[in-house]
Write a protein that binds this ligand. Sequence first.
Ligand code: HEM
Length: 522
Amino acid sequence: MERFYYVAAVTLVLLVLLHRLLMRRTKRRRLPPGPPFAFPILGHLPLLKKPLQTSFADLAARHGPVVQLRLGSRPAVVIGSSGVAKECFSGELDVAIANRPHFPSVREASFDYSVLTLANYGAHWRTMRRVVTVHLLSAHSVNIMSDNVIARELRAMVRRLARASAAAPGGATRVELKRRLFELSHSVLMEIMAQTRNTYSDDADEDMSKEARETKEIIEAIAPLVGVANLWDYFPLLRWLDVYGVKRKLTDAVNRRNAFIYKMIDAEREKLKQLERKNGEGDADDSDEKKSMIGVMLSLQKTEPDVYNDTFINALVANLLGVGTETSSTTMEWTMTLLLNHPEVLKKAQEEIDSNVGRGRLLDKNDLPHLPYLHCIINETLRLYPAAPMLLPHEASTDCKIHGYDVPAGSMVLVNAYAIHRDPAIWEDPEEFRPERFEHGRAEGKFMMPFGMGRRKCPGENLAMRTMGLVLGVLLQCFDWNRIGDGQIDMATGTGTIMFKAVPLEALCKPRTDMSALLKKI
Ligand code: HEM
């Protein structure tokens, strides 16, 4: 009995000491402000309304530019001002928050979080990132892609639109722009990846290579499953019991995707071997310029087979296809929507194209530097509708300080680019679509971050800006565009990491006068 009292007394003293220690640590820490009440298990999740970016903006208005939250069991901070965002993505802090949170819902589809977008900051991420920025998506590679892949796919789309218009009553055809822009962006990426296409159809309503169609179908099958599986991230019980029966379907879809990409890698390997045989011994062709992205990675594999193995290539291909298609196509859809709601802007853009390019030849990459207003329109769209309104989530790998607040290791860091782009302290009438605000360097020094900032900034910016400039430029050069009905087009946004337009865009498309000769030649 005496022994029991002794153990109990020592335990009590230890508990009191531990409590004091913890209290002192918490007191010394200056945590960011946030809503005082959090639900058990769910944390602040029930307080958030969709779309999240506007809910987070409301919280910033109440609590300040750094807000602390608990999302399920995960601690998070939300950054809501340009000043703090700049601080986050420079110097040591940029490194401290360069990890990504790992959600169980995407583990299956992401080779155990080893794809570029989800890999934690470290040697593997650096290797992948270097391959993408140096070998695959450098300014030089994008320049070459503009002349061949992008221009070819774009011409095919223009031909199809011209044919469809010619067959339509009154010469104006109804176009599902969302779908068309998605298919075009996807085809461009697929051709860059694997050069699979050898035919172009003029009449088909949908024109993708067999491979592009297959990968599109797979991406479309995986996306909603990951969407449902999202609940796993906050309620692990749903994952363990597989309440919605998602697990098996997700595994099947991911296996189908991986098998398909491995097949593409093998086909590309075979193509390179045949070329080698044709050219005699040595490399098929030393220049990366003529190779597909898979071909470039297979060349790297020859020198470092352990690093650039087939799994590495598969993960990169799947990742770039997943992240590169919807961001660009959604931005173009928003741009066309804004133009249809502002016909005076659309007309001014066409006048700029007419006076700099004319109607005798198709606009190409060399024209883009001479079309500053088109560039202003794209910038203004990216300001109002950044494709990733909260960027991609970051995670702090160590305890760090943001804006003087202590942020514990493991906290998710979310940056509200959407709200920052609409800050009235920076932008006059921020909700208005006004491309002129970018004209003549007027927006110089004003802060925007549609592609993120710092070491995890988007490596696809060059390709995206080039593709969007060419596609939008050519669509405006060749066709007149009108709304289907009389009213303004609804601008409601969907929810998710990518800011979709809630109602897919459709529009009326008619070849411009004096364009028929050129359209026949294309
Ligand atoms: C309008 C088009 C696009 C927009 C607005 C956009 C935006 C972004 C943003 C905001 C991020 C996250 C940055 C961060 O975490 O701080 C990102 C990351 C990324 N983007 Fe893009 N993106 C676009 C197109 C593309 C394209 C065409 C590709 C490739 C084909 C691409 C590949 C990537 C990759 C691989 C990452 C992850 C980088 C990393 O984690 O290190 N993006 N993008």
